[in-house]
Design a protein around this ligand. Structure first.
Ligand SMILES: CC(C)(COP(=O)(O)OP(=O)(O)OC[C@H]1O[C@@H](n2cnc3c(N)ncnc32)[C@H](O)[C@@H]1OP(=O)(O)O)[C@@H](O)C(=O)NCCC(=O)NCCS
Length: 231
């Protein structure tokens, strides 16, 4: 197991969309370029090629058998989260402390502005995928296994979304609920319970409220990059 380092790169010509981190190299995937960097004793990134300006801090992002996570440059990943292997994380995402996003024998895809809150676990079956759309909110301690969650959905805290299940766009899964294997929560429905059953339609005022919370998480992703300091 290797230890990797997170860095935010601001390319002089600033067309970089995503980066992946190797133990001593930063790779701008859309440009096919890379830059070496080094660390001071406080594990801050200090030197790099002149093409890049970087700020950064220690993070646990792991390669697994040559598969490396690709993380949007504006996304925040807490240094106590684990992001492993074949994982793509879009822009503006927030990955909280203790979250595990594990793409070892499967693939994980996470869309832009999605928040994966503390202690959530995302995993996929061998040669399969767990796909989470954009603007999705995954509450604290949720488990998503080899499932599909569409754009704007809310996964309540502590809930479980099991193999081959689908949660539709704008749907809300109540806290502690279990969306059982192969089941489908349609778009714009609230589902609760174990196993989760549809309760009602999602109202417009709920969409507005959740949109405001999601916006806050995207703002938090930005604030955490500079505002979080280990003491
Ligand atoms: C799921 C949710 C939309 C339900 O809201 P609601 O429509 O106001 O629901 P109510 O409280 O009126 O309850 C309606 C029924 O559903 C049941 N219910 C509500 N939430 C439930 C849950 N999580 N699990 C099981 N049953 C639940 C209630 O017991 C009630 O049942 P009854 O009619 O037999 O008495 C709401 O609780 C919610 O938004 N939860 C997500 C919260 C969350 O996880 N936030 C953090 C995310 S980061």
């Amino acid at each position: 197991m290797h230890c990797y380092y997170h860095a935010v790169a601001i390319l002089e010509k600033s067309s970089t969309k995503s980066i992946s981190i190797d133990s001593r190299r930063l790779v701008c995937t859309n440009l096919g370029r890379s830059a070496a960097f080094s660390l001071n004793p406080r594990r801050e990134i200090t030197s790099l090629t002149t093409r890049f300006v970087m700020v950064g801090k220690y993070l646990t992002v792991y390669e697994f058998e040559q598969k490396k996570p690709i993380i949007g440059i504006s996304s925040f990943v807490h240094d106590k989260a684990s992001v492993i292997g074949d994982v793509k994380i879009g822009e503006g995402c927030f990955i909280g402390a203790g979250a595990v996003v594990r793409g070892d024998y499967g693939i994980i895809e996470i869309g832009d502005r999605t928040s994966i809150q503390e202690n959530s676990v995302i995993h996929a079956r061998p040669d399969d995928k767990c796909v989470i759309g954009k603007d999705v909110q995954i509450g604290h301690g949720a488990i998503l296994h080899n499932c599909s969650v569409k754009d704007f959905a809310v996964i309540g805290l502590g809930s479980r979304i099991c193999d081959f299940a689908t949660v539709g766009a704008w749907a809300i899964v109540g806290e502690g609920s279990v969306v059982s294997a192969k089941s489908n929560i349609p778009d714009c429905k609230v589902a609760v319970g174990v196993p989760a059953k549809v309760l009602r339609d999602v109202r417009q005022d709920e969409k507005d409220l959740w949109s405001s919370y999601k916006k806050k998480y995207t703002e938090l992703a930005k604030r955490y990059k500079t505002g979080l300091k280990a003491l």
